[in-house]
Design a protein around this ligand. Sequence first.
Ligand code: NPQ
Ligand code: MG
Length: 371
Amino acid sequence: MKLTGVEIRTVEVPLVAPFRTSFGTETVREALLVRVVGEDAEGWGESGAGTGPFYSSEYTHGAADVLRRHLVPALAALSATGELDAHRVAPALAHVKGHRMAKAALETAVLDADLRGRGESFAHALGAVRTTVPCGVSVGITESIPALLDVVAGYLADGYLRIKLKIEPGWDVEPVRAVRERFGDIPLQVDANTAYRRGDVRHLAQLDAFDLLLLEQPLDEEDLLGHAELARQLSTPICLDESIVSARAAADAIALGACSIVNIKPGRVGGYLEARRIHDVCVAHDVPVWCGGMLETGLGRAANLALAALPGFALPGDTSASERYYATDLTEPFVLQDGHLAVPTGPGLGVTPLPDVLDEVTVAREWIPVH
Ligand code: NPQ
Ligand code: MG
């Protein structure tokens, strides 16, 4: 593929309700979209980065900056060799340390353009074995336990097959107990987004009473050893999210006993190709994986559904319907049917932004020509 240019676009999409986690409250999803334009096809990618560096070190303006200064020029050099395809993108960007969400957006856009040009879907290219995927939903921290029970009741009525509660110190054992008492034996898990310390082991062990599917990322991103020690002291399985930044990190975490389940988010790990390698490492170790989410618009959601259709995705993901987050999505909305979402089948992502919606939510746009 030969490139003619790359567009970097910032959008601000209102959320249907504020989403509160231990690292902050979001009311609008500020997201960075990348469109690569080739001679025969164009493709889209979405960066998982948020407004501020609070889930990870990346954030939208940082991602835009590294894209324009470093990543797009490196991609342009690759294009000039006439050798550009999606598998060559990560090696061509490897001299830039980190910035995995920015890299993921660019690689995804190239992969989308590649696949659209060939009429092949993301699902087929990644090795999907399912046409629909079972869906869970992530429930933010609410102002009270009655409010939480109302929100959870609504999602169960929608048909979600698994509930994930965001927790933090002061909002953990009691909300989990209340949800268990009210809704019984539903598939239930919790996510701490690194809000606890090694010394909280005895506190977290209280969660063992509630037969949770997993406890996600209780400790710091870099604290693999702490997670391994915690895993030995809890009966609740430990799942890692923030810590798993690559296939190597996944292999190391598994070898250390730091987790027995892995959350795969393509943005966090540098793209769908590395995400698939993590899937393969985990399958080889009999470690179940599931697909996380970062409040993606329909573009990122489409690609996540393709990934979640791989055979090792043994648990419902945070691959929720469009309406969980957005009254108006950037693409045709993904609608839950019997707790499942359909895996797109069209070329590439199988979806494109609706031009009117895209224009309405765009707050910045930059075209970088590639010669
Ligand atoms: C998680 N997602 O599993 C993340 C956290 C998260 C669905 O719980 C902007 C950028 C907003 C990144 C909100 C879910 C975000 C974000 C939540 C990540 O830990
Ligand atoms: Mg998480």
